[in-house]
Every structure is written in C-alpha cells, then in structure tokens.
Write a protein that binds this ligand. Structure first.
Ligand code: 6PG
Length: 264
C-alpha cells in the first residue's frame, strides 16, 4: 500500500509545518493494489477503529454507505476473527438510502443486513435504518425529517466515523451533481426526488450532518471512478460538479485501489 497526502493538503504528520493560526487538513490517500486488498484492509481498520472508540469509553457511531466496494468490506468484516469488539455497543446510521419498501433488494441497508449486521450480533435498538417507502410517513420529506429526529435523538452531536462511496459522477451519499440539496443547510436528512441514478426517490444526510464527524473514509475502487477521485482531490473545482468536495472533514482518508488512483 502507498500512502500519500492528498494534493493541496497535508498529512497528519506534516501538519506541524503549517503556519500557526492556519488549520491544517489531514487528508490522506491510501492506494491498495486491488479491490480485494482494499476491502480486507479497510475491514481490519474499521474494526480496530471501533475497538479504539469503545476503549475510550464511548459507543461508536458509524455511518454506513451502500455500494459495491462497501459491500465487499462488510463481507470481510463479517468474516474477521473476534477482535474484542462489542458489536452490541455500536450505533449504526446510514448516509443515504433508496426510498423503496423495507424488504426491497435495492435498499442500501439490505446488503449490510445480510453480510454484516446479522452475522455479528448487533443490538437492533442501535441499528438506525432510514425510513422505507412502505412505512407510515405522509411523504418523502416527512420520512427524511423523521430520520433527522432519529439522528438527533440517538446521536451525540457528532459521528465517530462516516463511510462514503463515490459515484463516477462524484456523488457521495445521495448528494448528486447539480441537485438543490447540495446547498441546503436546514436539515440533517433530506428527501431527493430526482436522483439521476435509479431509483429517483432517496433520503440523504446533508453535508452539514455528514461533516459533523470525527473522521471520514472514502471507499473507492475501479477505473470508472478515477476522474471523480481526481476532481474531488484537485486544488480547484465546484461542489455542484463534484459533490464529494462538499465533505470538508479535517480527518479524511481516501481508500483507493490502483485503478481508482490512475488519474491522480
Ligand atoms: C446508491 C449507492 C451509491 C454508491 C456509490 C458508489 O445508493 O445508489 O449506494 O450511492 O454508494 O455509487 O457505489 P459503487 O461502490 O457500487 O460504485
């Protein structure tokens, strides 16, 4: 694996070189040879990180993402030997969800449910899935607002770790290029009715909510994402074109495979 600070940012180790008064960002890019190695490494790091938070005496709050590489990571996590993590003492949230019925195979939380949560023995009361379209919410925006309340009620004001996949168009969660939701600052969770990626109706956390975390990990594999990765990490560019740029968390790690890093 090679690890480099992102262009236009400094690694944690070099942040001491920043002029005083200027806040250093600690964006790290970790490139792995292939998707399997990436999934295994992130799975191990994820469990380690959750154990660390529990040892600090807190219940870690983890925001999950959907996507192919995320699913591969969850699968790996489920197969790891016991690392001393108390899965019943982890709060699970989602960064976005497809607004489809609860039992739909299309839901982002289905794969996590099958591959990870069912395997490791979580506390169902700590699994904060986003609302489904067959629940009794008057409409999508009310369902999103209900999830905002769920985060407020069970969160501590800040997540410990947010996991984010990246679309080839630069989207993260269900924050797609050009959507009005990119500029909303009035909600924790928002409805999306015109997602360019099917299905059109989704619920997504806002940038404000996603940025309220101690740490964010971007999980990206495949050459189809290379341009989006380069745009996200470039010195200049807009959030409207590349929504990943709206994630401004100081402690950010980009876990890439070599194919996803080819345009850096
Ligand atoms: C969705 C997906 C999506 C995904 C990214 C990356 O809700 O449609 O969860 O947002 O996270 O597109 O997905 P891949 O890793 O499969 O490319």
């Amino acid at each position: 694996m090679s690890t480099t600070p992102a262009p236009g940012s400094s690694s944690s180790s070099s942040s001491g070189d920043q002029p005083s008064g200027e806040q250093a960002s600690a964006v790290t890019v970790a490139v792995h040879p292939d998707a399997d190695t990436l999934a295994r490494t992130v799975a191990l790091r994820l469990v380690e990180r959750l154990v660390e938070v529990q040892r600090e005496g807190r219940v870690p709050s983890l925001v999950l993402t959907g996507g192919t590489i995320a699913d591969a990571i969850y699968q790996q996590v489920a197969e790891l030997p016991d690392a001393g993590l108390d899965w019943a003492q982890v709060d699970f949230f989602w960064g976005d969800e497809r607004y489809v019925p609860a039992d739909s195979e299309d839901r982002n939380d289905r794969s996590v449910g099958l591959d990870l949560l069912d395997e490791v023995g979580v506390d169902p009361a700590r699994v904060h899935a986003m609302p489904a379209s067959d629940e009794a919410h008057p409409d999508l925006e009310s369902a999103a607002a209900a999830y905002g309340e769920e985060v407020r009620a069970h969160g501590t004001g800040s997540f410990d770790l947010v996991l984010l996949g990246l679309g080839p168009d630069g989207h993260v969660a269900s924050l797609f290029p050009g959507l009005d939701q990119l500029e909303r600052h009035d909600a924790i969770a928002m409805g999306v009715t015109d997602s360019p990626k099917p299905p059109p109706e989704r619920i997504t956390l806002s940038f404000d909510a996603l940025n309220r975390t101690r740490e964010v990990w971007f999980l990206v594999s495949g050459e189809g994402k290379a341009d989006a990765v380069a745009r996200a990490l470039a010195e200049d560019g807009s959030v409207a074109e590349t929504p990943a740029r709206g994630i401004t968390v100081q402690n950010a790690t980009w876990f890439l495979d070599e194919a996803a890093a080819t345009a850096l």
